[in-house]
Design a binder for this molecule. Sequence first.
Ligand SMILES: Nc1ncnc2c1ncn2[C@@H]1O[C@H](COP(=O)(O)OP(=O)(O)O)[C@@H](O)[C@H]1O
Ligand SMILES: [Mg+2]
Length: 477
Amino acid sequence: MVYKKVETDLASIKPFRLVKFFTFTGLVVVFFCTLSLSWVISHYAKKVLLDRSDAYAMVMAENLNHQVFQQFVLPTILRYRKIALRNPKQYERLDAVVRNTIHGLNVQSVTIFDSQENVISYSTVKERIGRKDVGKSEYKKALLGEENSVFVTKGSLYNFFPGADPIFCRLTTYIPFRQEKMLSKSTDQIMGVIEIVQDLSTDLEAIVKFQGTIIVTSIVIMSTLFVALGIIVARADRIIEARARVRRRLEEKLNHAERLAGLGKMIATVSHEIKNPLGIVRSTAEILDKRMKRIAPENARLAEIIIEETSRLDGIVREFLDFARPQVPRLSKVAVGDVLKKIMGFMEPHFAKSHIEVETDLNATTPVIDADPDLLYRVYLNIIINAVQAMPDGGRLTVRCRPRGTGKGKIVTEISDTGTGMSPEVQEQIFTPFFTEKTRGTGLGLAIAENIIGSHNGTISVDSERGKGTTFRITLG
Ligand SMILES: Nc1ncnc2c1ncn2[C@@H]1O[C@H](COP(=O)(O)OP(=O)(O)O)[C@@H](O)[C@H]1O
Ligand SMILES: [Mg+2]
């Protein structure tokens, strides 16, 4: 039994453990997928940004080469025969040409290196002019006719944390500065190197922000999903737990019923065996009583005791048999009010003896129902006797019987007393066979009552408070 219970519990818990596990692993997997996806996207975006900017720098450099050559180099050579940027007029002219060309474009600085020696002949950043050996390998490569660029970047999600350095991204392109022939054809003659610096920090910042947005959005969606799934799983767990509880209760009831069936059989056999000898003892005692009264009247009480005790035993045996035999009602038309009136009449002397006030409300218009009057009689009598026994110092007994609501043919009987009442623990057990709190009780009265009401498809319930009283409610029909 215990083993079976553990097994059913495990069976109900396992699938949801799995669901929880899958939910959690799913979340982790999706989170890492999102991380890698966002990384791939931003990586690709960075590459596109770089390629575009590189191509942009090339076009710009070509344009710059053309403008500087046509508008500065040629006119200057024609006028001064040679280029000498130390001459402020020449410098100003070159500066004007360069600035006009890059005007409105996304360029941080333009610098022109000399081809003869590694020195800066011109730069939009004035302080750099004249510096020597600033051009590194990129400068040398450009001198050999090879365009190339350097990408310096520092930017990740980390840079968004407070206190971290701002995102930084710079693309520096080196392009050979070539002489041009007429009709703007460029030649292989390299006069210098043009360095173009582009600041791409804002673009990179947008990409990293986008990456962050992807991650944050996915975390929000995942967490929402996780929470939703969690709630669903918790709810399902509760439902399954409740079902398991109901099943356990049903199993217990079934076991109980099985045990009772076995017990009933045994009781029926034993009671039956006792009944006959008991009858003989009783009739013998009656004969003895008569004789004793004649021969030895002083001892007649002894025979009376035997008779009294045998009748009590007979009552108990009958109750046992009632309990053990299945109660199959023989239905006929019954007015419940009449059954109750009969009992109240029969019990009147007991009420008077126990100082019990009686109040009845046996509605004459109660419908007639299909029931077994003998069995109902037994049920009500049992409950009323219990009520009387619960009021040893007197009290008030109320018996009410009326049709229930609008339900056709349903009858509710309420039997209330102002007796000892019961604690909730006792209330739970009163319908259990052999449960009794009385020294001379069998504990079968209410068990039999419940059986009988059950066989009539009715219900019996109790409402009680310790020290205040008890109400039994029976619905039939
Ligand atoms: N009206 C009542 N007031 C208080 N306790 C009651 C009442 N009816 C029943 N009980 C409790 O329920 C128990 C079981 O009742 P029952 O099945 O009739 O067996 P018995 O009367 O033989 O004890 C009683 O022993 C008593 O403790
Ligand atoms: Mg009883």
